[in-house]
Write a protein that binds this ligand. Structure first.
Ligand SMILES: [Zn+2]
Ligand SMILES: [Zn+2]
Length: 337
């Protein structure tokens, strides 16, 4: 007998809770049983009892949080595999956001819900591409759910950095990017653009890059930022790029790789704003929602009003899920925006 997903999947203060399965998805606090979409800090909190996730997400969680804080027990679920817990069938489909990032597919009582986690539709050679899954309810992230967000081809953004370096070869080019996902994608974009020289890394990026390489993603020659000569390409977290650490580099050109750079106000004062995001832009969100064929969309992790309005025009039902930690999605420092 079919029963509406709202009766078995509920937003609680800790996060989205699947009652018959007895687990939370990406809970904001430590819980007994968690299913984790990906290893970013706002989704993969420390201290859970049991963690179910894609094997690459588990590897990244261990690298980020340490063996014990990444969860007492781990269960890996690869693409195409499924387990049944309390009558709920759980499987994962790639989300294309960062390495290991997954949509959680739940089948219960004749209904299917897909929880997207974070996702993007632009190509990214460092992770598996997003695969849409037809469902009754699609729970979508909404980090950039405003029509103002339309992201360009990232190859054009990276080309500007290399052009700037060619024009000013004595200046270090410092690219601010989040350490998990964005950093490795920027490296892949630089390699695809023909940069085969060394890329210098801030310490915070070294662990994540080493984990990506262990998972089979080749990043080319990586060198500590402490050894960067004038005119090097240096990658650092957004926090470090704006402080005294950056001034230690040779007359740096500071670039910032983020979807937020699409906003003129955010890009003001940044010498080289790069609109490179690991999230879906406005068109990406709408395309994806259409591909799921879901009549009902639950929205989390960002502003929902514009999306609900457009969905209503298309005869789709939009519902805002307000959970603890949601507001953080609006802050560029919170994730890999
Ligand atoms: Zn994320
Ligand atoms: Zn997120």
């Amino acid at each position: 007998m079919a029963s509406h997903p709202a009766t078995w999947l509920r937003p609680l203060p800790q996060g989205l809770f699947c009652e018959p399965g007895g687990f939370f998805i990406d809970p904001a606090r430590a819980v007994d049983r968690a299913v984790i979409t990906h290893a970013h800090s706002d989704h993969a909190r420390p201290g859970h009892g049991h963690v179910l996730a894609h094997p690459d997400t588990l590897a990244l969680m261990r690298a980020r949080l340490g063996e014990t804080r990444a969860g007492a027990t781990h269960q890996a679920l690869g693409w195409g595999e499924a387990i049944v817990q309390g009558g709920v069938r759980i499987s994962l489909s790639p989300a294309g956001h960062v390495r290991g990032s997954a949509q959680v597919v739940l089948d219960y009582a004749g209904r299917r819900v897909v929880v997207s986690g974070d996702y993007k539709r632009q190509p990214d050679p460092t992770c598996d591409p997003f695969i849409p899954v037809r469902c009754d309810v699609f729970v979508t992230e909404a980090t950039f759910a405003l029509p103002v967000f339309r992201f360009p081809d990232p190859a054009g953004e990276i080309a500007r950095v290399l052009a700037s370096l060619a024009a000013e070869p004595r200046r270090t080019h410092l690219i601010a990017c989040y350490s998990l996902g964005k950093c490795q994608r920027v490296i892949a974009l630089l390699r695809a653009a023909g940069w085969d020289g060394p890329i210098h890394l801030h310490r915070a990026h070294e662990v994540m890059c080493a984990t990506y390489e262990a998972l089979g993603v080749s990043l080319g020659r990586l060198v500590p930022a402490t050894e960067a000569p004038a005119g090097a390409i240096v990658l650092a977290p957004p926090g470090a790029a704006g402080n005294g650490w950056a001034r230690g580099q040779a007359d740096p050109v500071v670039a910032v790789a983020s979807g937020w750079m699409a906003l003129r106000g955010r890009a003001r004062g940044v010498e080289a704003p790069l609109v490179i995001s690991d999230h879906a832009d406005w068109d990406g969100l709408l395309t994806t929602i259409g591909e799921t064929e879901a009549p009902e969309i639950w929205i989390t992790h960002g502003p929902e009003d514009a999306l609900i309005h457009v969905l209503a025009q298309r005869g789709l039902r939009g519902r805002a899920l307000r959970m603890v930690g949601d507001g953080e999605a609006m802050e560029p420092a919170a994730g890999a925006a």
